[in-house]
Design a protein around this ligand. Structure first.
Ligand code: FMN
Length: 403
């Protein structure tokens, strides 16, 4: 694998974790995964308040095209006012380098120091446009994209961003031009954020991971979050931990593990193997092959720089606490959390139907926690009005135990 790494960022910038709290000594930090439609700011605020402990939340992607526009809904989701006190990393979905640099400017002026690029979304509508995991199908195009992105950010770093006062658009300012104002300080420069990547390990087959990893190694990416499934898998099958191990070993970047952590024991298994207290041992072929299950001598492994959890945290909002040895989720806590979420959505949304839709999506994960809960969850999902919904929820809490 090539070790060639263009260098243009300061040491401080290349470590997106420099200013953030981590878990106990020796343990990797734990992150809440972005989940479109589910982990928006209303949800994040509540989760952060009731179950503090996630070292970072990643916002669901904002989609940016050549026209360089953020929708109002997207602006609201990343507005620092709506995310006060929450360690948040915004995420961008695009295959357009200039648009990505523009989006970095938008995030910088909102004081974000890291922007995550989505190279993992497997949905057909996204991948058909060669975005998300679909971008992995054309590594030459992805290579050009990164080249243009890092060139663009390099320029932005030298020249600062200039803002068009009428449209609010940012572009790299020319020498002598008045730079944009950040944090209300006249003349302050916008520092381009660190770019991190959230990626699948291929489109069709995990054997693609080697070339993907080598491509990332050529650029000054701050961190790579690896969900070791291929795009065609969507969310079926299992995350390929062996492929992840090889990726970790071959990457020159800090690497975060993501995928299928549903219980505290799942998380501990990943920590034991890759994370905690120098126990990380990975089995990688002597050749460094990224093929899964490659036989070879076990070598002292690199440690992961974090663990990201998605669906497991929706099913058990206290999972991070449990993973750190804290109390298990109680039924009372879960009931209070559900009630607060329902109230928060009801206050923010004008239509009861929208509230029900949001809550039902949540139940497809939360439902797992209830012993014998399936018929009760079915009733919840079938509810057409608020009173029906609330009755069905009352029953599941009254009649089922929480695991
Ligand atoms: C409903 C849903 C929405 C998602 N939205 C995003 C997203 O906006 N950005 C992203 O990078 N990943 C997204 N993901 C993927 C998750 O962040 C995560 O990578 C995946 O669920 C695997 O982790 P887990 O097994 O811990 O859930 C989404 C997944 C689901 C199920």
């Amino acid at each position: 694998m090539t070790e060639e790494r263009p260098v243009f960022m300061t040491t401080e910038q290349t470590d997106p974790r420099a200013d953030r709290a981590a878990g106990a000594a020796g343990e990797p930090p734990l992150f809440f995964a972005p989940m479109e439609g589910l982990t928006g700011y209303t949800f994040r605020r509540l989760h952060h308040r009731m179950f503090p402990g996630a070292d970072r939340y990643y916002a669901p992607f904002v989609s940016v095209g050549a026209e360089q526009i953020l929708q109002n809904r997207e602006k609201a989701d990343i507005d620092p006012v709506n995310n006060e006190g929450i360690p948040l990393v915004p995420q961008v979905l695009t295959n357009h380098a200039e648009a990505f640099v523009w989006a970095c400017g938008q995030m910088a002026r909102r004081s974000y120091r890291e922007v995550n690029l989505n190279l993992g979304c497997p949905s057909g509508t996204v991948t058909a446009r060669r975005k998300g995991a679909g971008f992995l199908a054309d590594l030459d195009a992805l290579d050009r994209f990164f080249e243009n992105v890092f060139d663009g950010l390099e320029n932005a770093r030298s020249f600062a961003f200039a803002e068009n006062r009428r449209t609010g658009r940012l572009r790299a300012a020319r020498a002598g031009e008045r730079p944009c104002e950040e944090s209300g300080e006249p003349g302050a420069l916008c520092t381009p954020p660190v770019v991190s990547v959230k990626t699948r390990v291929g489109v069709r087959d995990v054997s693609e991971a080697e070339a993907i990893c080598a491509l990332y190694n050529r650029y000054p990416i701050g961190e790579v979050i690896v969900h070791p499934r291929v795009q065609k898998q969507m969310y079926t099958g299992t995350a390929d931990v062996e492929c992840f191990a090889a990726f970790l070993e071959n990457s020159v970047h800090p690497v975060v593990y993501n995928g299928d952590i549903r219980t505290a024991e799942d998380g501990r298994r990943i920590m034991r193997r890759f994370g905690a207290c120098g126990e990380g041992i990975v089995g990688v072929g002597a050749s460094g092959s990224l093929l899964p299950g490659a036989a070879g001598t076990a070598a002292p492994g690199r440690r992961i720089s974090g663990i990201m959890i998605g669906r497991g945290l929706l099913a058990n909002p206290a999972l991070i606490r449990e993973l750190r040895g804290g109390a298990k989720l109680s039924k009372e806590e879960l009931e209070a959390y559900h009630e607060a979420l329902y109230q928060d959505y009801s206050e923010r949304m004008t239509s009861e139907l929208h509230v029900l839709h949001k809550m039902k999506e949540m139940w497809s994960y939360l439902g797992e926690r209830f012993e014998g809960g399936q018929p009760y969850v079915h009733k919840i999902l079938m509810a057409k009005r608020g009173d029906e919904y609330r009755n069905a929820v009352r029953r599941i809490f009254a009649e089922c135990g929480v695991q």
